[in-house]
Write a protein that binds this ligand. Sequence first.
Ligand code: ADP
Ligand code: MG
Length: 354
Amino acid sequence: MYFKETYFYNFRNIQPERREWPVGLNLITGPNGAGKTNFLEGLNLISGWGPLEKSTVISDIIRWNGMDRGDRASLWGRVSGEEDSEIFASVTVRCSLKFDGKSSAASAVRSRIPVLSWLSGSISLIKGGASHRRALLDRVGALISPSYAGRLHDYRYFLRQKTALLRKSRDAAIMERSMLRVGAWLWTAREEILRMIAESIDEFEELLPRPVSLTFKRGGAGMDEKPLDDFKKSLSFSRDREKAAKIPLVGPQRDDIGIFCGPKEASVMLSRGQSSRVASALILASALVVERVLGRKPVLVFDEMASELDADGKLSTIEALGKTGCQIFAAATDPIFSDGVKLHNLRDGRFVRE
Ligand SMILES: Nc1ncnc2c1ncn2[C@@H]1O[C@H](COP(=O)(O)OP(=O)(O)O)[C@@H](O)[C@H]1O
Ligand SMILES: [Mg+2]
C-alpha cells in the first residue's frame, strides 16, 4: 500500500495542504522545529497507531489557536496499491477512524494500511535497551496477527496487578495463573516473528558489515524448551528473588533479542554508523515479513534517518530501501541528493520549493 495523497487540517503546526506522494523514498527535510516529526506523526495517526508518544495529550495534537477554534483536528489520506481506499481520522478528546466512510477500529486499519514506523532513531535497536527491540517485535506482531495487540494489552494489565501485589508484599499467585497462558502465547508469537525476520535479513546483506545472527531471549527464563513449562518453572525458581525485588522478574516484559556479529554482540562489535545500517536491515527484514504475511507492502516511516551515516552508508541504505519497492517517509535536517530520493522541503509547517 502507499499514501497517494494526504490533507491534514488543524493538526499541530502543519499547514492545511493537499499533497500527493509517490512510491519510493520521500525525504522530508527542514530545520529543527519545521514540523517533520509532526508530519510523520500524522501518518501514524491515520494508519491506526495513535500519537507517537504515549504521554501525548490530545489537546496538543489539535493546532494551538486552531482555525476551527481548536476543537478538532482532521487528517485525511487516500491510499492505493493493493487496494484503493480513503482513510479519515478525527481527533477531538479521542481519535476516531473511518475507513472508506465506515467507522473502523484502529487494529482493522493497521492491517489494511500497514505502516511500520521507527521514530526514535534506528540505532537504538542495536545500542539501546531491550525495550526498543521488543517494540520492533510488537509492531510486526500487531500488524500480522489480529489478536497480538489485544493479548499484549491483557498481559500488561496482569503484570501491573502482579507488580502492585508484590509491592504490598502480598501473594501474587492469583495473577500468575492468568499471566501464564497469555505470556507463553506472546513468547511463541515473538519467537516466530523473530524467526521470520532472521530468515529475511540476508536479503539486505549490502547493509551488513558481517553476517548477523538473531536469537530470542525469553525474559528471566530458559528452563524448558516449551514456553508454558518454561514460564511455570522459571517463576517458581525466581519466586524468592521477585519477593525481595518487589517486581516481576520473569516474563515477556523482560524479553530481548540477541543480535550477534560472528561470536560477539553487535552492540559491542559495531560502530554507530555500522549499527545504524544493521538496524535498517532489521527494519527492512521486518517489512518483508509484514508483506509476506499480509500480502501488502507496508509503508515505512523513519525519523532522523541518516544522522549517523557516512556518504557510503547513506547510499547503501537508499539502495536497500529502493529494493523493497515500498513507499518510505523519512525525515532528516539535511537533504540527500540521489536518484532514488524525492526531496520535500518543510519550513514552519509548510512544504516549500528548494
Ligand atoms: N498543537 C500544535 N499546534 C501548533 N504547533 C505545534 C503543536 N504541537 C507542536 N507544535 C510545534 O511544532 C514544532 C515541532 O515540530 P517537530 O515536528 O517536532 O519539528 P522537527 O522538524 O524538528 O521534527 C514545535 O515548534 C512545536 O511548537
Ligand atoms: Mg523531529
